[in-house]
Design a protein around this ligand. Structure first.
Ligand SMILES: Cc1cc2nc3c(=O)[nH]c(=O)nc-3n(C[C@H](O)[C@H](O)[C@H](O)COP(=O)(O)O)c2cc1C
Ligand SMILES: [Fe+2]
Ligand SMILES: [Fe+2]
Length: 402
């Protein structure tokens, strides 16, 4: 996507594809890259909606100036101060000295802190409108989706909601920008992975934001990452509503931490039990080798998960410990949880998982299996039993799955 793309009346996508960043936020893998979607609306006055991450300066300005065609940029709407969108604010001001910065009360200290800007600002709050001449923009704050100053911008003329991180997804654009140029499976998984890693922790405020936006006649949703939605906006809002209410599909995730395969065999037995009880979507992950974002995504997708860990220097196996910490940071709800541990001398893993289960406040499905050294046939039977019990919790009816 080397050119600006018209995406609605007087409205242009001037974003970029990032195939170079390995880890988003230095944490989350990007097997298909990520896009930073920035936009411009050209009424009698011109307004940019967000910028992109710093290194994509040349490409962003090339597209922006192509749209402006020598006109000055009058406004930058700062929906979010995270540097993947606010990265070029200082450079934009240098190129357009008359530029005014539109943000809410929580935006302003961050604008000063990151870019030293505290003049030429336009302070807005919920419901404030900005008349560009031909397009009237209206602002709605959505605090903590994803930062305190996060807001969305609604073009009352076109019905476009510039939703910033809300409704965003990983994955660079491959061909078409829009949902109607690809199948749902092309965007939904990466959108859920983005939700689970970035937004999910704030699900309760997503619910508040959805209620706030419900009264707007939204025709298009243009997020700051990933696919642009114009075909079935209701479907996308429905997904966000479901994910933020912790509703999940039939199925289960089994994650193990194992050095020599004993705990892995236990995990495989749990999977057999799940399958025996008729669960069709069973996903087995090695905590040491699978990217955490994929595990988190599937934990957000399915109704239950099991964690199995060997003991390592009296504690949890480190990659399992890291996963538990990520889960505690997000506190998924309405999930059934199975736990099991292995050890050779002091014990430790199962106790740590019991503590995790208490802290994350999920219902634990028994039996809690603890294995000495290599699992015996009876131990593995116990694991199968755990899988079957988990299966009873995470099975049908599942209306969304065939
Ligand atoms: C580096 C290392 C540290 C370990 N630390 C402990 C420990 O502190 N307490 C314990 O009971 N077992 C400990 N173990 C034993 C393992 O938990 C035990 O061998 C278990 O069966 C390994 O399971 P795995 O085959 O799935 O890796 C340790 C093993 C290794 C290799
Ligand atoms: Fe963000
Ligand atoms: Fe973002």
């Amino acid at each position: 996507m080397h050119k600006a793309v018209p995406v609605n009346k007087d409205t242009w996508w001037v974003g970029v594809n990032d195939h170079e960043t390995d880890l988003f936020e230095s944490l989350w893998d990007l097997p298909q890259g990520v896009s930073y979607n920035a936009y411009v609306v050209t009424g009698e006055k011109t307004a940019a909606i967000d910028t992109v991450k710093g290194p994509w300066l040349d490409e962003y300005f090339h597209k922006l100036e192509e749209v402006l065609g020598g006109r000055p940029l009058d406004y930058l709407v700062v929906n979010h101060m995270e540097p993947d969108h606010a990265g070029l604010i200082s450079q934009l001001r240098a190129r357009h000295p008359g530029l005014k910065f539109v943000g809410n009360a929580k935006t302003m200290p961050l604008l000063k802190g990151y870019h030293g800007i505290d003049t030429d600002t336009v302070l807005v709050k919920d419901g404030t409108t900005l008349d560009l001449g031909g397009h009237v923009l209206q602002f709605a704050t959505v605090p903590m989706v994803h930062w305190p100053e996060s807001m969305v911008t609604f073009d009352t003329t076109t019905g476009v909601l510039f939703s910033n991180d809300s409704f965003g997804g990983y994955g660079a654009h491959e061909g078409g920008l829009f949902d109607d140029s690809k199948t749902r499976t092309r965007w939904e998984g990466e959108m859920l992975r983005y939700y689970a890693t970035i937004v999910g922790r704030y699900s309760n405020v997503v619910q508040v934001a959805l209620k706030k936006l419900a009264s707007l006649p939204i025709k298009n949703i243009f997020p700051a990452h990933g696919t642009l939605f114009r075909e079935d906006v209701g479907q996308v809002i429905g997904l966000y509503d479901r994910w933020s209410r912790y509703e999940a599909d039939c199925g289960a995730v089994v994650v193990y931490g194992s050095m020599y395969g004993n705990t892995r065999r236990m995990a495989e037995a749990v999977c057999s039990g799940l399958s025996d009880s008729g669960v069709k979507d069973v996903h087995l992950y090695d905590a040491a080798r699978s990217a955490p974002s994929h595990i988190l995504r599937d934990i957000w997708r399915y109704r239950g998960f099991a964690l199995l860990s060997c003991t390592y220097n009296t504690l949890l196996f480190p990659p399992m410990e890291a996963l538990c910490s990520k889960l505690l940071n997000r506190m998924p709800k309405n999930r059934a949880l199975g736990i099991a541990g292995s050890y050779s001398w002091s014990r430790g893993a199962l106790d740590a998982l019991r503590e995790f289960a208490r802290d994350i406040k999920l219902e634990v499905v028994g039996p809690e299996v603890e294995v000495f050294a290599s699992p015996t046939a009876e131990d593995l039977e116990q694991c199968v039993e755990l899988g079957k019990n988990l299966g009873r919790q995470v099975g049908g009816p599942c209306p969304l799955q065939s």
